[in-house]
Design a protein around this ligand. Structure first.
Ligand code: PLP
Ligand code: COI
Length: 360
């Protein structure tokens, strides 16, 4: 690292007026409204990460031969800044930094050191503090790295850009915390053993879009992927992990075996659930078991969890040729309690016993 520790402030010529910002933030939805600034760093083999800047958010000028446009060498993170009574906070940002470094390793990209990652995110949040919503909203932060080198040979690129942008957001699902409906994909899988399933790379999402579109055509909010080898084991949703709450106090969730994303929400919820007295089983759970447990009533609740979605109950499962409901098809009590416990910590209304909250 050379001057990665310092981020140069480039003055913004025409930031959004307070009035326009308030209008944009009224009902922002998810990922449609963007704050005024972005942080960027450049990487090359000689200098490492350098030229850190916080400046007006603007389009990149990249070469048409930039490797990312051809071979998809790109990774990203997703995290949120919350406005609390004690100021603006991040939730476990060092976990996002660590996961981005692991994604970088898998995609043969240069990792961003943890201190540089946190400095970049904090700098953007401080600069765009007015864009952190009040109330239930949050400022969604999107750090990402892409290969910017102009070269069509297939090998790890020799130039990269690291960038952080920010977007004020409300609920990910349009129904808020109403239970969601999911579609189990028959035709498509997300990641195979040895593949990129545990990395947060853009290509995983590109490959999931056709399955997500199929889910939407079937009036479902999210797609559920089964494993690639046997097409039997539940893995995760298009953009979140999944957990199952049983009638005997067990919480079952698919294990991290390299084919699913190691969610920070998942890890946090599992710990909170264990502390609440649930018995955690990280083990393969098949679609047949899911259906049989839902039909027998052994499965009381299921929920999706992730930064964007937070913790969302799953009320109904649809698949080619049928469907089943879970519990009373609503957002169940255990799901609600786990969400409240997590959100309470994130929003500073519950004690942060694990040191998860990071003040900006
Ligand atoms: N799985 C996928 C495929 C995701 O895109 C996400 C969201 O980032 C998650 C799981 C949950 O991860 P996290 O809780 O760290 O946001
Ligand atoms: C997130 O929860 O941060 C995600 O990345 C999910 C989706 C918006 C891609």
């Amino acid at each position: 690292m050379t001057d990665a520790d310092s981020i140069r402030h480039v003055p913004h010529a025409s930031p959004t007026s307070a009035e326009a910002r308030r209008a944009l933030m009224q009902n922002p939805g998810f990922g449609k409204v963007f704050s005024d600034h972005m942080v960027t760093f450049t990487w090359n083999a000689e200098k490492g990460w350098h030229d850190g800047e916080v400046k007006a958010r603007a389009p990149f000028a990249i070469d048409p031969a930039a490797a990312v446009l051809h071979y998809a060498q790109e990774i990203f993170e997703g995290m949120k800044a919350y406005r609390t009574k004690d100021g603006i906070v991040l939730f476990r940002p060092e976990e996002n930094a660590r996961r981005m470094a692991q994604s970088a390793e898998r995609m043969a990209m240069p990792p961003v050191p943890e201190d540089m990652f946190i400095d970049a995110v904090e700098t953007l949040v401080r600069t765009d503090a007015d864009w952190v919503p009040e109330g239930d909203g949050s400022l969604y932060l999107r750090p990402f790295i892409f290969a910017s080198e102009a070269f069509l040979g297939v090998r790890p690129a020799l130039q990269y850009i690291f960038c952080v942008i920010a977007s004020p957001v409300g609920a990910y699902f349009k129904g808020g915390y109403k239970a969601v409906t999911v579609w189990v994909s028959d035709d498509y899988t997300r990641a195979a053993p040895g593949g990129t399933g545990a990395a947060k790379c853009g290509g995983n999402y590109a490959a999931s879009l056709i399955a997500q579109a199929e889910a939407n055509r079937n009036d479902c909010d999210q797609v559920v992927f089964l494993d690639a080898a046997e097409h039997r084991w539940v893995e995760e949703l298009g953009g979140m992990n999944v957990c199952f709450v049983m009638d005997d106090g067990r919480l079952v969730t698919p294990p991290l075996g390299g084919t699913i994303l190691p969610g920070i929400t998942r890890a946090s919820v599992l710990l909170l659930a264990r502390e609440a007295g649930l018995r955690i089983e990280e083990r393969p759970y098949s679609f047949e078991e899911w259906k049989a447990d839902a039909e027998s009533g052994k499965l009381r609740e299921a929920f999706a969890c992730g930064t964007a979605a937070v913790v969302a109950g799953i009320g109904e499962v649809r698949f080619n040729g049928g469907s089943f409901t879970i519990g009373n098809s609503g957002d169940g009590p255990v799901t609600g309690r786990l969400r409240d416990a997590l959100v309470g910590i994130q929003r500073g209304t519950a004690e942060d016993r694990h040191g998860w909250v990071h003040r900006v």
